[in-house]
Write a protein that binds this ligand. Structure first.
Ligand code: NAD
Ligand code: UD1
Length: 337
């Protein structure tokens, strides 16, 4: 199948392309490299033996997207392109609404113009907001508590309404929990610009000596060891979930939503310990105040993805830490090395 992958040079998009090519799909990337590096194309070619087509086009650029759609004529789209930093989303909310919401509108308009009817969308567990119960299932009410989460929730609604107006189309919404880990080759991984906001890339940079120590944001939560608990999902498992979602989406019309997580929560201290074991390095850390907006604990009920998509996570925290360490130690400066 011809699959257009917006944001395909990014962290999750690039790992998904590896799985797409392995399944025999033809891939075309739309990316501005706003938060990624063109070096990813070389790494993808190295791993898969295929250099994906690339259009350096902003998803908000209607004319540019129309040209891409008309020349590539995708049979399905996986829509990763977007902005994802919670803190930044409060500082530049209009930019987040523009890219994440308006970008989705333009994508759908230009897909429709060429009769492309299937889209898989990168949503986030952030759309649920504070847990009314755990684990979150897909029926949990959505009440996002930050701008980023609002943009993802709005995009979900737009996709759902578009599907209703186009009854033979198909929308699959994937709500990711905490994506971590790297490709087993060590050639691709997460390469944040500047100091990482998220736990695992920060831990990896401490291990490799790029940062002095990790600040553990709070040890007085109501969790087994007092630190925050999350559902960490290996990026290769997450990539596989997109293949399952695509197979499902092309077979039937409608909108469906799936949690993509493991169902198991680990604390910050669990992750530090596992990373230390995988890397053989001590991870220096100190306890710091809680980060504003953080929740104590959340994790997925991924049962629906199991029954409907036939997908479940196969990799645990050991694999997550080993692959992250291989990526970080082989590429201490990420793609910029
Ligand atoms: P990423 O930043 O690595 O990838 C996003 C890609 O989109 C980048 O290559 C970036 O250059 C590109 N991009 C940004 N704005 C664009 C625009 N206007 N036009 C074209 N390309 C543009 O992020 P990621 O971690 O791979 O996340 C992919 C998607 O998954 C995002 O939509 C994100 O919100 C969502 N998501 C990520 C996480 C996570 O923790 N990584 C969790 C839940 C959901
Ligand atoms: C954050 C976002 C969430 C987004 C997710 C993507 C917030 C409030 N939430 O989730 O919307 O979908 O990233 O992966 O930003 N931690 C530390 N020290 C650090 C970094 C993190 O102790 O330097 C702790 C956090 O307090 C948390 C855990 O590690 O308990 C995981 O944090 P992080 O990786 O940032 O993910 P989330 O906060 O779950």
């Amino acid at each position: 199948m011809r699959v257009l992958v917006t944001g395909g040079a990014g962290y999750i998009g690039s790992h998904t392309i590896v799985e797409l090519v392995a399944k025999g799909h033809d891939v075309c990337i739309v990316d501005t490299f706003r938060n990624s590096s063109p070096e990813v194309l070389n790494r993808l070619e190295e791993i898969t033996g295929v250099r994906p087509l690339l259009h350096k086009v902003d998803v908000r650029d209607r004319a540019g997207m129309k040209t891409v759609m008309e020349s590539y004529k995708p049979e399905a789209v996986i829509h990763f392109a977007g902005l994802k930093a919670v803190g930044e989303s409060a500082e530049i909310p209009l930019e987040y609404y523009d890219v994440n919401v308006q970008g989705t509108v333009v994508l759908l308009e230009t897909m429709q113009a060429v009769g492309c009817k299937t889209v898989v969308f990168s949503s986030s567990a952030t759309v649920y907001g504070a847990p009314q119960y755990l684990p979150y299932d897909e029926a949990h009410p959505c009440a996002p508590s930050n701008v980023y989460g609002q943009t993802k929730h709005m995009a979900e609604q737009i996709l759902t309404d578009w599907q209703l107006a186009n009854p033979d189309s198909s929308v699959v919404l994937l709500r990711y929990f905490n994506p971590v880990g790297a490709h087993s080759s060590g050639r691709m991984g997460e390469d944040p610009d500047g100091p990482p906001n998220n736990l695992m890339p920060f831990v990896a940079q401490v291990a490799v000596g790029r940062r002095e120590k990790l600040a553990v944001f709070g040890d007085d939560y109501d969790t087994p060891d007092g630190t925050g608990v999350r559902d960490y999902i290996h990026v290769t498992d997450l990539a596989r979930a997109h293949i399952s979602a695509l197979d499902y989406g092309v077979k039937q019309a409608g909108t469906d939503v799936f949690n993509i997580g493991t169902g198991t929560g680990y604390s910050v201290l669990d992750m530090i310990k596992a990373f230390s074991k995988a890397s053989g390095r001590e991870i220096a850390y100190e306890v710091a105040p809680r980060r504003v907006g953080d929740l104590a604990s959340y994790y997925a009920n991924p049962a629906k993805a199991g029954t409907v998509l036939g997908w479940s996570a196969e990799r645990g925290i050991e694999d997550i830490c080993t692959s992250t360490w291989k990526w970080q130690s082989d590429n201490p400066r990420g793609y910029g090395a």
